[in-house]
Write a protein that binds this ligand. Structure first.
Ligand SMILES: [Zn+2]
Length: 285
């Protein structure tokens, strides 16, 4: 096993291993699409096989090849011609590139699959949170355990660091929730965000948790105001006033504060940025 690991990391096989990782990322990215679509509606992610959401046309194996099938089908269902969202190939390519970056930074090892799960779970959690404002603990909580497993075998991290990262990640947000509750008597943030930062902490360690929080907060504030502007424009274009937004969902959308998706994004960024750049940022901060 160890010999194979060394071989797969050798210069001669670098291209081969990178290609393998990339294709694996594409295939797993295809599965992420299934998760993103099915988890919020409470459907099983393993059964039945994928079918068109409009005409129920069963997706054949050659219509299910990541990215290529989408291009080959012209972004349309072969049964009814319904448009297939560009999100599908984008998620597949995103996941493949993330795996490639994980490999390039940490090298190939058997525990790398824990890190693959980590970045994929953050993508799924971030997208679902953005779409539904809901964090699924069954997706994100396993990341904490996998982080401990990963750090045990990962010399650049270490088990103790991972434990401290989990503690700090969860602790900081629980503290924020507590203070917010004491001041306003309202719960300002869901436990979902606590899970996400704890999971990120398991993989980046305590030193980088503050950086993740800082990036996520800055993006969150930016996103909040940008979202308000976009929604207001859309409302004006559709001739709808703020008072016309009756359903809770519509109001929620315009006033939503997205933190989970930005946490997920910042976590992936900090996990994958080269250490030289990270050290510079932490040192400056
Ligand atoms: Zn169809």
């Amino acid at each position: 096993m160890k010999e194979l690991e060394i071989l797969l990391n050798s210069k001669q096989l670098l291209g081969f291993t990178a290609t393998f990782v990339f294709i694996f990322g594409l295939l797993f990215g295809s599965f992420l699409n299934v998760c993103i679509y099915r988890i919020p509606i409470g459907k099983s992610i393993v059964f039945p096989p994928s079918s068109c959401t409009k005409c129920n046309h069963q997706i054949r194996w050659y219509e299910n090849i990541p990215v290529f099938s989408w291009i080959f089908l012209g972004g349309k269902c072969s049964g009814c011609g319904e448009k297939i969202s560009l999100i599908y190939p984008v998620i597949e390519l995103l996941n493949a590139n993330l795996y490639l970056f994980v490999f390039l930074k940490y090298g190939f090892s058997w525990h790398i699959f824990c890190a693959f799960y980590f970045v994929s779970a953050l993508v799924v959690t971030g997208v679902i949170d953005y779409k539904t404002q809901y964090v699924y603990s069954k997706v994100i909580l396993p990341v904490i355990l996998l982080g401990l497993l990963w750090s045990w075998f990962e010399p650049s991290m270490g088990f103790q660091n991972s434990l401290l990262g989990i503690g700090l990640g969860a602790g900081v947000l629980l503290f924020v929730i507590l203070v917010f509750y004491i001041v306003t008597r309202k719960i300002g943030m869901g436990l979902g965000d606590v899970y996400i930062l704890a999971a990120i902490g398991a993989f980046v360690g305590p030193m980088k948790v503050p950086l993740v929080l800082l990036i996520a907060s800055l993006l969150g504030i930016l996103g909040f105001f940008l979202g308000k502007v976009v929604f207001k424009k859309k409302r004006i274009a559709e001739n709808v006033t703020a008072e016309d937004l009756h359903t809770k969902n519509e109001k929620d959308l315009e006033n939503a504060i997205y933190f989970g998706p930005f946490l997920a994004f910042a976590g992936i960024l900090v996990f994958l940025l080269p250490n030289e750049i990270l050290n510079k940022i932490i040192f400056l901060g």
